[in-house]
Design a protein around this ligand. Structure first.
Ligand SMILES: C[S@@+](CC[C@H](N)C(=O)[O-])C[C@H]1O[C@@H](n2cnc3c(N)ncnc32)[C@H](O)[C@@H]1O
Length: 320
């Protein structure tokens, strides 16, 4: 593979407005990234540099608007690198390739979440180091942490019934299901393939686990009368208007003493540049106050916000 920076081909593709950004810095960042591709992936000693470099590139490219990254200038350097090394960036056997390729049509699908839980590493030599790097990201640990957080919460609260909204393949709730013989669980997702996978993962619990394939936003929850509604990895994709509307619907689905437990990635989380620049996996990030505000607007009481140990996952817990 030829190096992209020395021959200057990408530099020539810069548009006029891109030249205002310090070209030399961008070249250095992407030159550094390309060298790591060419040497077969990052060593642990490269991790800090990659993260800092991508943060620099992210700052140059995006500003934040309502928690979402919005492009402020059109830098095509990374796009050019991705098209030059298309096979490398989009190979779904790697974690970052699966994130970028989105074979199920949307970011954060059940397959990538399953592979995160499984610490999967590609069989292909050129991706092994990249996958190891991927799995060290705080955001990735945060996804895995959900399972223990909801396991412990359910063990402490012993709710009669739990509803998981945006359940994916059910990996987050699986251990809690095993551990809570007196609790019934309903898992809802709009992706039929996610529901199929969740059914496999929770095979053998038909007496107290059921599945619903439906769009949560269009669902009325009034008849469920559920003790605890858990939703992790869904609200990060919903703007405030939609999030509040869904929270109101969930409110109607709670028993009188019911609670919601809602996850969202935090502003300032350290894996954002890598997720967004390499994986094109964009989320609406929120602060604890913004999370609290969403629940308040939807009519919840006694709202508390906590985070996991990475600080990436925020959870707002509110009572009906
Ligand atoms: C990032 S995954 C989270 C899965 C799981 N809760 C976890 O944390 O491991 C988000 C899931 O939300 C689902 N989803 C997205 N929008 C949805 C909607 N409007 N209604 C129901 N499910 C939705 C996706 O299909 C996906 O499986």
């Amino acid at each position: 593979m030829n190096a992209i920076i020395p021959d200057g081909s990408v530099a020539l593709k810069l548009q006029e407005n891109q030249r205002k950004v310090k070209n030399s810095e961008l070249f250095n960042i992407l030159d550094g990234f390309e060298k790591i591709i060419l040497k077969g992936g990052p060593d642990v000693s490269d991790y800090g540099n990659i993260t800092n470099s991508l943060d620099g590139l992210h700052d140059a490219m995006y500003r934040e608007e309502n928690g979402l990254s919005v492009k402020k200038i059109d830098i095509d350097l990374l796009k050019s690198l991705k098209s030059k090394y298309r096979e490398f960036f989009y190979d779904v056997s790697s974690m970052q390739g699966l994130a970028l390729a989105k074979p199920h049509g949307y970011a954060g699908d059940f397959e990538i979440i399953e592979r995160i839980y499984g610490h999967n590493v590609s069989q292909r030599d050129e991706f092994i180091k990249w996958d190891k790097f991927f799995h060290t990201a705080d955001a990735v640990s945060a996804v895995r942490n959900r399972s223990k957080i909801i396991l412990d919460y359910i063990a402490a609260e012993n709710p009669k019934s739990v509803f998981s909204v945006g359940c994916g393949s059910g990996q987050d709730i699986r251990k809690a299901v095993y551990n809570s013989p007196d609790t019934t669980f309903t898992l809802l997702d709009n992706d039929a393939k996610a529901i199929e996978r969740a059914k496999c993962n929770l095979h053998g619990f038909d007496d107290r686990v059921s599945f619903v394939q439906r769009n949560a936003i269009r669902t009325k929850f009034d008849d469920y009368n559920v003790s605890l509604i858990w939703s992790a990895g869904l609200f990060d994709y919903l703007n405030d208007r939609v999030a509040i509307a869904l929270l109101k619907r969930l409110h109607a689905g709670l028993a009188n003493d019911g609670k919601v437990f809602i996850g969202n990635f935090a502003k300032g989380q350290t894996s954002r540049s890598y997720m967004e620049l390499v994986g094109e996996w964009f989320l609406i990030h929120r602060t604890p106050d913004e999370m609290k505000n969403l629940l308040e607007m939807a009519g919840y009481k006694n709202i508390k916000v906590r985070s996991d140990e990475t600080g990436v996952n925020l959870f707002a817990i509110g009572e009906k």
